[in-house]
Write a protein that binds this ligand. Structure first.
Ligand SMILES: [Zn+2]
Ligand SMILES: [Zn+2]
Length: 173
């Protein structure tokens, strides 16, 4: 949703509160694509603090499907954040916030781009379906949370492992 903040600049202290729906159905990070399962309406509050400076406050509450780091099954991941950013709408202002140039076009604020950037920097580094996730068998790919596969996963003797490594490197050629 595009929101023109121009009218806010008419006087100092002017506020604007509104809600917007998040249009995107998935979050494309460039590497991964995560689907939204739930999206609460986004809440925004814009305050003109004077001299064409505007504070943007936003509440974001979404649930994304993200794969478990160990077993790759989808994990419902809640991302709930409150953020506050000050922007300068003076035409000659220079910003060192790269994001600002993405979500602002003149006085027009783009809620999708803003929220995309906020969710991106708040994505968890590691997602686990449970602390005790057993992961997948690195031989056959069975999800070990659902049962064992019968593969021999006992650790190899390091010397034997070395021999196997050499053997496997021949196979790959
Ligand atoms: Zn898992
Ligand atoms: Zn296996």
């Amino acid at each position: 949703m595009l929101i023109d903040l121009w009218s806010l600049l008419s006087y100092e202290g002017k506020e604007m509160v509104l809600q917007a729906e998040l249009d995107m159905n998935s979050l494309d990070t460039g590497i991964n694509k995560f689907d939204f399962i739930e999206k609460q309406p986004l809440s925004f509050k814009f305050t003109h603090t004077g001299n064409k400076h505007v504070i943007i406050e936003a509440d974001v509450d979404v649930i994304l499907n993200m794969p478990c780091d160990r077993c790759l099954e989808d994990v419902k991941t809640n991302i709930s954040l409150k953020t506050s950013k000050e922007i300068d709408l003076n035409e000659d202002s220079e910003t060192d916030d790269v994001n600002e140039t993405i979500f602002m076009d003149g006085t027009v604020f783009d809620s999708e781009k803003f929220v995309y950037g906020e969710i991106l920097v708040n994505l968890p580094m590691k997602v686990l379906c449970s602390e005790n996730c057993k992961g997948i068998c690195n031989r056959c790919g069975t999800n070990l949370n659902h049962g064992s596969c019968g593969c021999d996963t006992t650790e190899l003797d390091p010397r034997m492992a070395k021999v196997l490594e050499v053997f496997n490197s021949f196979k790959e050629v």
